[in-house]
Design a protein around this ligand. Sequence first.
Ligand code: NAD
Length: 485
Amino acid sequence: MSQALRSPSTHRFPNIDPATGQVLGTYVEATPSEVDVAVEAAQKAYLSWRKVPAPKRGEILLKAMELLKDRKEALARTETREMGKVLKEARGDVQEAIDTAFYYAGEGRRLFGQTTPSELSEKFCLSIRSPIGVCALITPWNFPIAIPSWKIFPALLCGNTVILKPSSDAPESAIQFVRILQEAGVPEGAVNLVLGRGSTVGAALTQHPQVRLVSFTGSSQVGASIGAGAAQHFKKCSLEMGGKNAQIVMEDADLDLALEGALWGAFGTTGQRCTATSRVIVHREVYQHFTERLVERAQKIRIGNGLQESTEMGPLVNEAQLHQVQAYVEIGKNQDGARLLCGGKRYTEGACADGFFYAPTLFGEARPQMRIAQEEIFGPVVCLIPVRSFEEALETLNHTEYGLSGSIYTRDVRRVLRAIQEIETGITYVNAPTIGAEVHLPFGGVKHTGNGHREAGTAALDIFSEWKAVYIDYSGRLQKAQIDS
Ligand code: NAD
């Protein structure tokens, strides 16, 4: 089932613990010919898997859910070790995969189509979902089990077979997840795993002629090139990409609640969530007070190894990410001219000296057009942008090329309803932070964040299946639609 687990390739890459800088292990990188083998295995398995009744496919997912539950703690620890998020959040990541398995297992007995009257007599019309074929699934490191689960479970349930190419920053989580699927009874070849760099292994996979669908989650830059390649070969392609999410705090908001939301949204997963709050847009009337309290609380966040239960914020995922955050902080200070309120430096206290830690960083008096307020930083760096009205707040929130998540804190019901309509994002929160999606609602974004698809819930079924319209004529004569008799 998992081609990478048996790979004869000799090129290996290291898996580094971002909290200590230590090498946890080395992993074999797949060669392009091994990608071919994986695709062939998936193509062969597709011919029989597509014929397994959907309720039976759902039962295998239910078994996978049980195994995920049994191994939740071990999986969470693996995640924390290889990508750094704190244990509580890593457990949440595994829980998301458990919930996703449960949801799509039930979908095996629904997978609803439609029946509808025909315009002709003695004719029966319906629509059914059909599988697509071999799917390439390309995933990032920040939700090492949840994001693969968002793709694998609906893809399998719809009757497709898959090849997963996870990020090289979280290979072990993917290996353990794929083993669970194997134990749950997913047949040989229906789920395959290839490890290695995106530019080689990922590119060979997405460009393979037998791959009919590419589902990608990662940066907008990589997504754009994958989308262009898929378009040339008419592959179905779903892209979930970057964000520059904002939380609005109006002058009438519950400021305590807004403060908790901003802290969690900005510094949860060390700011490395696609839905992380990286801009806080605050009404001028409460700006000074809110900012002072946010700075005070941000400075108290307990930074450390995510394996320790008391840690509130772990390290950045790798050295490259650390350099990216450092570079953006320099841009904020020097090029943009924003006011650094706290943080702005690597965190090296005690046991953190060898890891990729960065202090929670807040920039004040930021303006919407600054680079730090426009570009995805993917770290614990937040811009505070003062505004003078509700209209200006909405305009500022929408002033970005991204459109994943947005949030507003206010007690005014008119503002709530206008915000729901006017915020240009795929996900909008009211009196809640920009993070916290649930698995049965559509997940994804507008503008440069996505290409029109949504993951999770029934929306993901539209990615992983094709609609087929069926007309059954039992009249015994030739009947012509739209032609006057
Ligand atoms: P990335 O784009 O660098 O890599 C994502 C995946 O794509 C990795 O597996 C990588 O190996 C692979 N890849 C890279 N180049 C490729 C190529 N040419 N062909 C095929 N595959 C290739 O992203 P990352 O650093 O792993 O993750 C962070 C990014 O992911 C952020 O931009 C974040 O916003 C985004 N993200 C988005 C969502 C969402 O649902 N919208 C969720 C999580 C993360």
